[in-house]
Ligand binder design. Structure first.
Ligand SMILES: [Zn+2]
Length: 256
């Protein structure tokens, strides 16, 4: 879920606390031009920030339809950044051909990023352990939705619900400043994926340049998105203030 799956030991609680499902930029119009690639309005398109790369490990992003419609959806952005990732929208993936094809690929071993009592905690594993346990064949499925939706998606997907689960404790608060998080240390999907790639970036004591680049790319795209959103919020606030001020002057002008 946007935010949910990454957390070790977090409980499935409450409904979405997403601040808004709608774009926040101040210059919205009903005829907004949308970028077909990143799915964002053209005035806040992020495609020029994206320089796609393949990743180790690989990722499958399972996005709830409601999440897919949000301008701030980071699962789609992560998919655009990672050329060997898989992106699927839906709720029940039991019959999803793409998901089943990946699950059946003998070159890959699937795990699902979701916190429960049996989840393996990536944050307490050393780099050596991570490579020993998961290795190059690891395929992580990231559920992109709210807490409630993610739990439902996993429960209803017979092909996913019994996959081994992994989780982690985010080392710092999410930088997803524009959305309220269900818990203080929830991460967005793109932050979660960047974190996992970063945990794989050290192998046999050596930091791999490729993994560092991938994690950096994801966070660069993410922070660009956050900056754009903050800028839009600020413009909207100033626009609102200006409007209030104008109204106030008109109100105070005595009738003649
Ligand atoms: Zn775009």
């Amino acid at each position: 879920m946007e935010n949910v799956c990454a957390l070790a030991g977090a409980s499935n609680q409450g409904s979405s606390t997403i601040a808004s499902d709608t774009p926040q930029e101040p210059f919205t119009s009903k005829k907004r031009q949308m970028c077909e690639l990143c799915g964002r309005p053209r005035n806040i398109c992020l495609c020029d920030t994206i320089a796609p790369l393949p990743s180790v490990p690989r990722f499958g992003i399972l996005t709830h339809p409601r999440e897919a419609r949000k301008v701030q959806n980071t699962g789609r952005l992560a998919h655009l950044c990672l050329t060997n990732s898989v992106y699927c929208e839906g709720v029940d993936f039991t019959e999803d051909a793409t998901v089943n094809e990946v699950l059946a690929d003998p070159r890959l071993v699937s795990y699902i990023l979701y916190p429960d009592e049996n989840a393996m905690d990536l944050s307490i594993m050393s780099s050596t352990e991570i490579w020993e346990v998961f290795g190059e064949r690891a395929m992580f499925w990231v559920v992109d939705g709210t807490w409630n939706n993610a739990g439902k998606m996993i429960r209803e997907s017979n092909n996913l619900k019994d996959l081994p689960k992994v989780a982690f404790s985010p080392p710092q608060q999410s930088r997803f400043a524009i959305r309220k998080q269900p818990k203080e240390f929830c991460y967005s999907s793109i932050e979660s994926i960047a974190y996992i790639i970063d945990r794989f970036s050290c192998r046999n004591g050596l930091v791999t340049t490729d993994s560092s680049k991938q994690a950096d790319l994801l966070m660069r795209v993410f922070m660009r998105m956050v900056d754009m959103q903050i800028e839009c919020e600020e413009n909207r606030r100033l626009s609102h203030q200006s409007s209030v001020s104008t109204n106030h002057i008109e109100y105070d002008t005595p009738d003649v």
